[in-house]
Write a new protein. Structure first.
Length: 263
């Protein structure tokens, strides 16, 4: 009888511990064909963001990602295995895809991933590209919220949370991330302009077309008036494919509609 009672008690304890199982996923490389705008087949086929560390005793808020009762861990060697995240944000209203940044104490350099569920299966996609740029620490800004629905990740990926689209941003040099700061984009939000040392590097996220616009030192040496001067003397001009790039006005007296600019 004692053995039977002990076995029953043990089974209850074990079943209680099963509610927080853990599963490790290998992160794969982002593919241009990836579609994260997934609609769940049932109300259970969604992810949840769980706060794990917060309050006065914690250095900062930390989060875990769960699918049903399973905590998701990411293995992305040589990066350290990740169980907790310092950034966790859904990129669709269906809650089937979440953008995360690992909390491995490398500050802005910590890697980003998208965890998503499709048809009951979980997958992890890496948003990390190797870079050996001389100014990487200066221009690796982590997650930048350009608007409520437009996100920029380390100058390498542009995310629209309205439809969960992720666009890779073409680099100036393939082996280094854009060595500049996001400056503004076109009115249709498809051409991004980055302020580099002496130019505006422009790239269209949909077509991959690029245009590098050199800027005179008289402009770049006065950062406090740079935006206003660009708005006054430069215009978004569509090319033969309909892609807009910022160019110097041929006529300095041209009246520019301020609505052309988004920054």
């Amino acid at each position: 009888m004692k053995i039977t009672l002990y076995a029953l008690l043990l089974s209850v304890v074990l079943s209680g511990c099963g509610g927080n199982s853990e599963k490790t996923f290998k992160a794969r490389t982002f593919a241009a064909s990836d579609d994260f705008n997934v609609f769940p087949k049932s109300t259970k086929d969604i992810l949840s963001i769980v706060k794990t560390d917060s309050g006065k005793l914690a250095a900062a808020d930390r989060f875990a990602i769960k699918y049903k009762d399973t905590v998701i861990t990411i293995d992305d060697a040589p990066n350290a295995e990740t169980k907790k995240f310092k950034v966790a944000s859904f990129i669709n209203t269906q809650k089937t895809a979440v953008l995360v940044q690992s909390a491995n104490e490398k500050d802005k350099m910590d890697p980003f991933y998208i965890i998503y569920v499709n048809g009951g299966k979980t997958d992890v996609v890496s948003l990390n590209k190797p870079s050996k740029g001389a100014e990487d620490k200066k221009y690796t800004n982590g997650l930048e919220e350009l608007t409520r629905s437009n996100l920029l990740v380390n100058n390498d990926f542009f995310i629209t949370t309205i439809n969960s689209r992720v666009y890779p941003i073409k680099r100036q040099k393939e082996d280094e991330r854009i060595q500049g700061k996001f400056f503004m984009y076109s009115s249709d939000k498809t051409t991004l302009a980055f302020l580099t040392a002496n130019a505006l590097y422009q790239v269209n996220i949909k077509t991959g077309e690029t245009f590098n616009l050199p800027l005179p030192a008289s402009l770049t040496s006065q950062p406090e008036t740079l935006v206003a001067n660009i708005q006054r003397d430069y215009t978004w001009v569509p090319n033969e494919h309909g892609t807009s790039f910022l160019k110097k006005n041929a006529d300095d007296d041209r009246i520019v509609d301020i609505k052309e600019f988004k920054h």
